[in-house]
Design a protein around this ligand. Structure first.
Ligand code: NAP
Length: 355
């Protein structure tokens, strides 16, 4: 956790220059870089740093072995086998690896890092490369896959359906119904269409993509509950809900069965820390963090300060940014990547060796 402490006290404090609520590009000030360098030097002198470096050796070994294995092993057993074989050099002690997971209110436990798919299956990368990326992520344990009926007008769901067809049971599948498809029987129709595109008989988590007028909330929840009773969905939740909207949701019958609220959260956008995040924590509900690398162009992966911190500890800026997002244990991050190399970096945040 050492570099997370460093980030928290030196980089991630809510400061005007770090907020980008209006989508304005943000860069860290040179003063921040000086502070970063200063703290890295101070940290370097600390005893804990030795321990961290020992662990980083394991981290590098872990990465090298992942690459060498080519992800041919089943995800969970590959991760555990690799971790179980690692030792803290010089001590002979096995480190305490933590594969980070998050628990939903119904007790279902999922990995804290999943994979987004907003722009997958739509030509941003070659299809075969994107398939390899998604499958690599699953093999490395990022088995929560997030999509929506609206992404690429169904092409994202189709892409996922074809990519996971031979390993559906390993995946925790999340898709979303658009607010405009929520009147009357429209939700059931939308769900049927998503199931068809995803080539599956059930959705693990079905989200309302954005708020509907409060007068329609009870009807939406009733339809979600019907789908759940019929086994078409295992659980349901919402996305882009404010605290006021969550309170309204909890006032309608069965509204408290909501499994999650999927919202934007990253080092670039910490707005939910003011209200949604504590509210969800109080209600024992995990948050799904979308755009955890800062959004579709992934600005945080190019942040020089994060890159500097990451390099010191053997991680990329992307790994550090994701590690930070899931630090509380109540947040699932769903970075999107169509690049196998990037996916491997993102997966590193799933498992951190700590003493
Ligand atoms: N509920 C909602 O309203 C909502 C809204 C937005 C997004 N989402 C969900 O959240 C997912 C993720 O959000 P997002 O796509 O907005 O943003 P993001 O995950 O923060 O960033 C994605 C960008 O980062 C790049 N990237 C990923 N890993 C990288 C790495 N290790 N190194 C360098 N670049 C990397 C990707 O490019 P490469 O492909 O080249 O790696 C892509 O351009 C979406 O796919 C979607 O499933 C939900």
């Amino acid at each position: 956790m050492y570099y997370l402490d460093f980030i928290e006290s030196n980089i991630a404090r809510p400061q005007p220059w770090y907020h980008s609520e209006m989508g304005v590009p943000v860069t860290l000030s040179s003063g921040t870089h000086q502070r970063a360098a200063f703290w890295l030097l101070r940290l370097s002198g600390r005893k804990e740093m030795d321990t961290m470096n020992q662990h980083l050796l394991n981290r590098r070994q872990f990465s090298a072995r992942c690459a060498a294995l080519g992800f041919a092993l089943p995800a969970a057993s590959a991760m555990l086998a690799i971790q179980a074989s690692a030792q803290v050099p010089g001590t002979g002690e096995a480190p305490k690896p933590v594969v980070r997971t998050v628990k939903f209110p119904d007790g279902t436990t999922v990995p804290a890092i999943g994979q987004g798919s907003w722009r997958l299956g739509q030509g941003r990368h070659a299809l075969s490369v994107e398939k390899e990326a998604l499958r690599t992520g699953i093999a490395l344990g990022m088995t929560v896959i997030d999509t929506a009926e609206s992404y690429g007008e169904g092409r994202s769901e189709q892409f996922i359906g074809s990519t996971i067809a031979d390993q559906r049971d390993r995946v925790f599948l999340v898709t979303k119904v658009s607010p405009e498809n929520t009147a009357g029987e429209a939700i059931a129709r939308a769900c049927r269409a998503s199931l068809g595109r995803l080539r599956t008989d059930r959705i693990d988590l079905y989200l309302l993509h954005a708020p509907v007028p409060s007068s329609r909330l009870a009807g939406v929840v009733a339809k979600f509950e019907e789908l759940r009773a019929a086994g078409k969905i295992r659980s349901w939740g919402v996305s882009n809900f404010s605290v006021a909207q969550m309170e309204e949701l909890f006032r309608v019958p069965d509204g408290h069965r909501c499994a999650t609220n999927q919202v934007s959260y990253s080092l670039r956008n910490r707005n939910i820390e003011r209200d949604v995040l504590p509210w969800c924590q109080q209600h024992n509900m995990p948050v799904m963090a979308y755009s955890p690398l800062g959004g579709s162009s992934g600005p945080l992966v190019r942040d020089p300060t994060l890159a500097g911190v990451g390099a010191k500890f053997g991680y990329s800026a992307a790994t550090v940014a994701l590690d930070w997002v899931i630090r509380s244990g109540n947040v699932i991050a769903i970075p999107e990547s169509g690049s196998p190399a990037h996916v491997k970096e993102n997966a590193l945040a799933l498992s951190v060796l700590r003493s």
